[in-house]
Design a protein around this ligand. Structure first.
Ligand SMILES: Cc1cc2nc3c(=O)[nH]c(=O)nc-3n(C[C@H](O)[C@H](O)[C@H](O)COP(=O)(O)OP(=O)(O)OC[C@H]3O[C@@H](n4cnc5c(N)ncnc54)[C@H](O)[C@@H]3O)c2cc1C
Length: 538
């Protein structure tokens, strides 16, 4: 007799940052889940380095934002982006970005953090593991699944023994990255431009590089020469002198063995320098979106659902939004207060956000092209060289630099066609990638405002729904009993602050667990029960 089949409400495939974030969200919401990951979970060198403002808000919601701040990247180190001819050559322009110690931004109690994946993934891992009902299983590969009446049965292989086993789950979530086996097994295709190019990341260690090359500190250095914008240098870990040189396009014939690391490094540094090579990864720059984010029992999140050029840092950050959206919906269904329409709203809400990320990242990438002509004097010590550098520097900061000014993209996405958000008839605000405009219009992220030292409006939003009452204390009463009758977790919060009330533009604002506005009005609705049914997917 074989061992009894494991049964679990949610099976997550893939232990990258998005799978870990989903396991964390489910754990935090009290849902039992198993995450299987084919690798050992150790991140040797990072892909992802920037945890954006919205992702930091999710970390704040989970209570782990402090841990991100405690990672070893120095708090006072400027995050500036520097355009230059070479690291030893002329500085052309600088996009100023505050250091990590500036914790809050204008529109959020958090701010984008430099926290590379070899630090960030372990934080998510530890947090997910802190819940006894979450199991992270490494060295376990997903092979296939079959749908049953009550869920799915997945076949998985244990890497160490080679043994095959089955796991039954009510829901299967593919967080298994670009090549997603769950996506392929579900027959879901990809749409979009496809392959944009072949790139390489080369990691090296060299102490005192900025001093040797005579550059003021920054985090991201973009060499521009007669070949245009061709690469970037990022300081990954200043204390350990770890750097990454990324070459944007290497051609399809490049292999790990034939990459000329020394030549690329010489071109970026503008000098010969002996370094300790640490790691090298070839990767493909993609611009694609899944045709569907799944339905019924099987869903996709993260790179399994959208693959973007890293320009704009929208890959993992968009994936974390998927995890939080899907996580609270699964939790409410499994806890019995969510209805059948909830999971259908996942695709309707998140796929347009994925499309927006794919489109923006592709545009940012395109802004790096076409810089090769007329740059002959860029490195010349002459008046013509000075004039060209001034002109080009300005254009680089304003155009290529756009990928570093994305507060609108980070905070301004909204769920326009969501079946579980109730429009209030107000028109949408312009969707400007650079500038975020706070708005409590249904579908959007409920805006931040400080209530007191260290306490933000967004700190109210969490495991259940929150009704914000800016008017009479009686206004929320009918919600209390209707929510209780549905076993729907609802906090009612009275806010006596004219400025915040004006910003929210409604006496009553109903906010979902993910911090998005579901409904707002100046008066209680005629049928509170029908309203609550709609926003919880019944
Ligand atoms: C150079 C570079 C820089 C980047 N910088 C940023 C940045 O600053 N900010 C940002 O937001 N994004 C960035 N990204 C994008 C980011 O790295 C990805 O979007 C992110 O890693 C996606 O996370 P994921 O968990 O969806 O997928 P992945 O990280 O790809 O993880 C998927 C996991 O699934 C596992 N898996 C696959 N198949 C199976 C199977 N059959 N069974 C079990 N396990 C399986 C894999 O082993 C893997 O661990 C960058 C990407 C690159 C290439």
């Amino acid at each position: 007799m074989g061992e009894a089949m494991q049964r679990v409400p949610v099976l997550i495939v893939g232990g990258g940052p998005v799978g870990l974030a989903l396991a964390a969200e489910l754990g935090w919401q009290g849902v039992r889940c198993i995450l299987i990951e084919q690798g050992d979970g150790v991140v040797k060198t990072p892909k992802m380095n920037e945890v954006n403002t919205r992702s930091m808000e999710f970390c704040r919601r989970w209570g782990i934002a402090e841990q991100v701040l405690e990672t070893p990247f120095p708090l006072a180190w400027p995050k500036d982006v520097v355009f230059m001819t070479t690291l030893s050559g002329y500085e052309l322009g600088r996009v100023k970005r505050p250091p990590r110690q500036i914790r809050a931004s204008e529109h959020s109690p958090e701010y984008t953090q430099t926290c590379s994946q070899h630090w960030f993934d372990p934080i998510l891992q530890r947090f997910a593991r802190s819940f006894s009902h979450v199991t992270l299983r490494y060295g376990c590969r997903f092979e296939s699944f079959e749908e049953t009446e009550s869920g799915i049965v997945a076949t998985v292989i244990d890497a160490a023994s080679g043994a095959s086993e089955t796991i039954a789950a009510q829901y299967l979530i593919g967080c298994d990255g670009a090549g997603s086996a769950v996506r392929r097994a579900s027959g879901i295709g990809l749409t979009g431009r496809g392959l944009l190019g072949h790139a390489v990341n080369m990691f090296f260690r060299v102490p005192g590089l900025l001093e040797i090359c005579g550059k003021e500190p920054g985090t991201f250095f973009v060499p521009v020469d007669r070949g245009g914008v061709w690469a970037n240098l990022r300081i990954i870990d200043p204390a350990n002198a770890l750097w990454r040189l990324m070459v944007n396009e290497t051609g399809s014939n490049t292999t790990v063995e034939n990459v000329d690391k020394t030549a690329y490094l010489r071109r970026a540094l503008g000098r010969e320098l002996a370094v300790e090579w640490v790691d090298l990864n070839l990767w493909r720059r993609q611009s694609v979106l899944a045709e569907s984010y799944g339905d019924r029992r099987v869903f996709l999140a993260g790179d399994a659902a959208h693959q973007v050029s890293p320009t704009g840092a929208l890959g993992m950050n968009t994936g974390l939004g998927d995890a939080v959206d899907l996580g609270w919906k699964l939790a409410s269904l499994l806890q019995g207060w969510g209805g059948p329409q909830l999971l259908a709203s996942y695709d309707r809400e998140r796929r347009p956000v994925g499309a927006r990320a794919v489109g923006s990242a592709t545009q940012f990438h395109a802004l790096q092209s076409g810089w090769g002509d007329g740059l002959e004097a860029l490195d010349e010590a002459s008046a013509a060289g000075d004039a060209l550098r001034l002109r080009i520097g300005d254009i680089l900061v304003n155009q290529v630099g756009r990928e570093f000014r994305t507060m609108g993209l980070q905070l301004g996405y909204r769920y326009e066609d969501s079946p579980i958000c109730i429009p209030d008839g107000t028109p949408p605000l312009p969707d400007d990638p650079e500038t975020y405009r706070p708005s409590a219009r249904p579908g959007g992220r409920a805006p931040h405002a400080w209530l007191s030292e260290g306490r933000s409006m967004i700190d109210f939003f969490g495991r259940g729904f929150t009704l914000l009452c800016f008017g009479s204390a009686n206004d929320g009463k009918s919600f209390q009993s209707a929510a209780a009758a549905r076993h729907m977790p609802l906090d009612i919060v009275h806010i006596d602050d004219r400025a915040i009330r004006n910003a929210y533009e409604g006496k009553l604002v109903l906010v979902r667990p993910d911090g998005h506005v579901a409904w707002r009005s100046d008066a209680p609705p005629r049928g509170v029960g029908a309203l609550l049914d709609r926003v919880t997917g019944f």
